[in-house]
Each structure stands twice: as structure tokens, then as C-alpha cells.
Design a protein around this ligand. Structure first.
Ligand SMILES: Nc1ncnc2c1ncn2[C@@H]1O[C@H](COP(=O)(O)OP(=O)(O)OP(=O)(O)O)[C@@H](O)[C@H]1O
Ligand SMILES: [Mg+2]
Length: 230
């Protein structure tokens, strides 16, 4: 299995007291699957993605990535697994502002000890149509271009699992569509497991499976709107 979540809970403490975001959630994602996670704003999608990717730890339960129990590792241990196995694409691009496009794409390759980091990064940028933009800084790029750099950065180390959280959320519809085509074509080419959080039904429909997060748990079927729920 690429990813397994076993009875995970996530509680946080806030001014209003203890808040349960996820409760007894179970999930199994086979290698190579394209999975969409949908749900209302605030239902916990980003929180769940962060736990599956080892950016955060569950309050209870286990998360396994490629059979490795990341939820029992410390931050350094989780970072090492992330670097070896995972790529990320976020709504807000998350490029480092002080690095050029090329340097942003090179960074995870260098962290992974790849001596051919520069050549690989150049090839990755060419693949997303940005061969002419390698020396640009993020602020010199449009939103769609920044997201293409982020996609190049995510795929260049050939991760086993790609996590994407609303990757088109900050883009206009036409640019978002281009980004989606790019994401799915690179994903198909590499056979990467894709775990995608989205509000967009058309996007979710392109995945093999769609799960809805509601009341802290995942369900196969579309949840009832909150106002109609008993
Ligand atoms: N560190 C935290 N402390 C307190 N509350 C938190 C924390 N992180 C998340 N929450 C709360 O948990 C809930 C789930 O947040 P999350 O960001 O996972 O939702 P989401 O489904 O990704 O929403 P959106 O679609 O708007 O991105 C929200 O009500 C949020 O306010
Ligand atoms: Mg979110």
C-alpha cells in the first residue's frame, strides 16, 4: 500500500476548548491510485493531507507510507521519508521567494543528494513549458507559471506519492485547467500515486475514487448537505 491511515484521530486545543477535527478515520490507498478527497470547507481535508504526508502527527492511530509507520517517527525522521517518497503541490504554490525557478526545483533534488540536480531541474522545467523562465524569481512569474514551477519541483525527484491540496484554487478557470492537464499527464507518465484535495467535481471525477470527508470521517458516497442532515 502507498498510504494507510489506521483509526486516526486529530484533536487540537483552541480557545473554545478541545476540537476534534478527525475521528477514527481509516483509509487505504494502493500504489498508483488517483484518489480525490472532497468535503466542505473546514471539514478537515488539509489536516488529513498533512497527516498522510507526515507534515503533522495524529493524536491517536497510525499512518503508514509504503509500509513505514511515519506517525511514530520524529520530525527529522518524517522529513527523511517525505524527501524520499513524496511530492507536494499546494494552493498557494509555496515557492521560496529568494530562489529562482531553477533553484526552487533543484532544492529537493539536492537534499536527496542528486549530483545531477541541475540537469534534472532544467529538464523538469522544460517539461512544464518553462525552459525560458529558469532564472526568474517567483514574483516575476504569473500564478500559473509559479504553479508549473511547483509541479516541476514536485515531480522532479520522481516521488512515489504526490499530494495536491486545491492546486487550482488560486488560478483562473482556464489556467487551472492547464495546470490540471499537466498534473494528470505527468502523473500518468510516472505512475505516481495521487492524493488530491479539491472542491472541483470535474477534477474529482478524473480520479479513480472519490471520498467525502464529513464529521471527521471519510465516506465513499457524497455526504448530505449539512442543512439536510438529521
Ligand atoms: N492548529 C489548529 N488549531 C485549531 N483549529 C484548527 C487547527 N488546524 C485546523 N483547525 C480547524 O480544523 C478544521 C479543519 O481545517 P482544515 O484546514 O483541515 O479544513 P479544510 O477541509 O482543508 O478546509 P478548506 O476547504 O477551507 O481548505 C477547521 O475548522 C479549522 O479551523
Ligand atoms: Mg484546506
Amino acid at each position: 500500500m502507498a498510504v494507510e491511515a489506521i483509526s486516526i484521530d486529530k484533536h487540537v486545543s483552541s480557545n473554545e476548548g478541545k476540537l476534534t477535527i478527525l475521528e477514527n478515520l481509516n483509509l487505504t490507498v494502493p500504489h498508483g491510485e488517483r484518489l480525490a478527497i472532497v468535503g466542505r470547507s473546514g471539514s478537515g481535508k488539509s489536516t488529513l493531507l498533512g497527516l498522510l504526508a507526515g507534515l503533522d502527527s495524529p493524536s491517536n492511530g497510525k499512518v503508514l507510507v509504503d509500509g513505514i509507520e511515519i506517525s511514530s517517527l520524529d520530525e527529522d525522521g518524517r522529513a527523511a521519508v517525505r524527501g524520499r517518497k513524496m511530492g507536494f503541490v499546494f494552493q498557494s504554490f509555496q515557492l521560496l521567494p529568494s530562489l529562482t525557478a531553477l533553484e526552487n526545483v533543484m532544492l529537493p533534488l539536492q537534499l536527496a543528494g542528486r549530483e545531477d540536480a541541475k540537469a534534472l531541474a532544467q529538464a523538469a522545467l522544460a517539461k512544464v513549458g518553462l525552459a525560458q523562465r529558469t532564472t526568474h524569481y517567483p514574483k516575476q512569474l504569473s500564478g500559473g507559471e509559479q504553479q508549473r514551477v511547483a509541479i516541476a519541483r514536485a515531480f522532479a525527484p520522481e516521488p512515489a506519492i504526490l499530494f495536491a491540496d486545491e492546486p487550482t484554487g488560486n488560478l483562473d478557470a482556464a489556467t487551472g485547467q492547464q495546470i490540471i492537464e499537466l498534473l494528470f499527464s505527468l502523473n500518468a507518465e510516472a505512475g505516481t500515486t495521487l492524493i488530491l484535495v479539491t472542491h472541483d467535481d470535474a477534477l474529482a471525477a478524473r480520479c479513480q475514487r472519490k471520498l467525502t470527508l464529513s464529521h471527521g470521517r471519510l465516506a465513499e458516497n457524497e455526504a448530505e448537505p449539512e442543512s439536510l442532515a438529521s
